[in-house]
Ligand binder design. Structure first.
Ligand SMILES: [Zn+2]
Length: 240
């Protein structure tokens, strides 16, 4: 793996535990990307934040917490959202991407940028009592092998009344960070999908095979354009 930074996209419920685990790692460089600020309603599940942080930049608060936890590597803060127009700029020279964002368009965008850069990527998500972590080596099956494209209409997860269990995001985020370190160490040859059932307290792991006809695997280089029209948000979505 190159010495470039591991780029963490999204520093909320999943990103905070990701950052906590990575703060204790020997990664030489980490770049934190999030344009959001801390809200009081975040505090129950976003474990690095306290009342005093409300209205402060999540990226800056997480960076400070990582230093307090003893992270000694190079730490970069990007106080901006990971959007199609700037995603390649924010991910440039990355050795790996890891995301804990709360919306599907950005998850697809992170997958597409990782493929463009030919670097490993870890995706994490949690909704209600279910969590998933997808850990993809550079040449493994991708997010679009599994999910093809951004769901719209009836297929889109609906945030209304669903929410997410606070403890589950800590577990899923910590596992996502663990997979970052596994990929760094070359421990995964294939893409690995971990599914957590926080209600039944069970974990299932499967290996994911490439899907024939996956547009991203076929056009992973510059033939896969990264422009805003590809990431139009569905009317309702919410995947923590
Ligand atoms: Zn694919």
């Amino acid at each position: 793996m190159s010495q470039g930074p591991v780029v963490v996209v999204g520093l909320g419920g999943l990103g905070a535990p990701i950052a906590m685990v990575l703060a204790k790692s020997s990664l030489p460089a980490i770049r934190l990307v999030d344009g959001d600020t801390v809200e009081r309603s975040n505090l129950h599940r976003q474990v690095l934040f306290s009342e005093a942080d409300v209205h402060a930049s999540k990226a800056h608060v997480v960076a400070r917490a990582m230093r307090d936890l003893g992270y000694a590597g190079k730490l970069e803060v990007v106080e901006a959202f990971f959007v199609p127009e700037r995603a390649l700029e924010f991910a440039q020279d990355a050795s790996m991407l890891v995301e804990g964002v709360d919306n599907l368009p950005t998850k697809f965008l992170v997958a597409d940028v990782a493929a463009r850069l030919d670097v490993p990527v870890v995706h994490s998500a949690a909704l209600r009592w279910e969590g998933t972590v997808l850990a993809k080596p550079a040449r493994g099956a991708c997010y679009r092998c599994l999910f093809e494209d951004i769901p719209h209409g009836a297929d889109a997860p609906n945030c209304a009344g669903e929410g997410v269990a606070g403890p589950l995001v800590g577990l899923v985020g910590a596992w996502a960070a663990d997979r970052v370190l596994a990929l760094r160490d070359g421990a995964l040859d294939d893409t690995e999908l971990s599914r957590f059932d926080g209600w039944a307290a069970s974990v299932r792991q499967t290996r994911v095979a490439r899907r024939a006809g996956c547009s991203l695997c076929r056009d992973a280089g510059s033939a896969f354009p990264i422009d805003r029209s590809r990431y139009a948000a569905p009317s309702t979505y919410c995947v923590r």
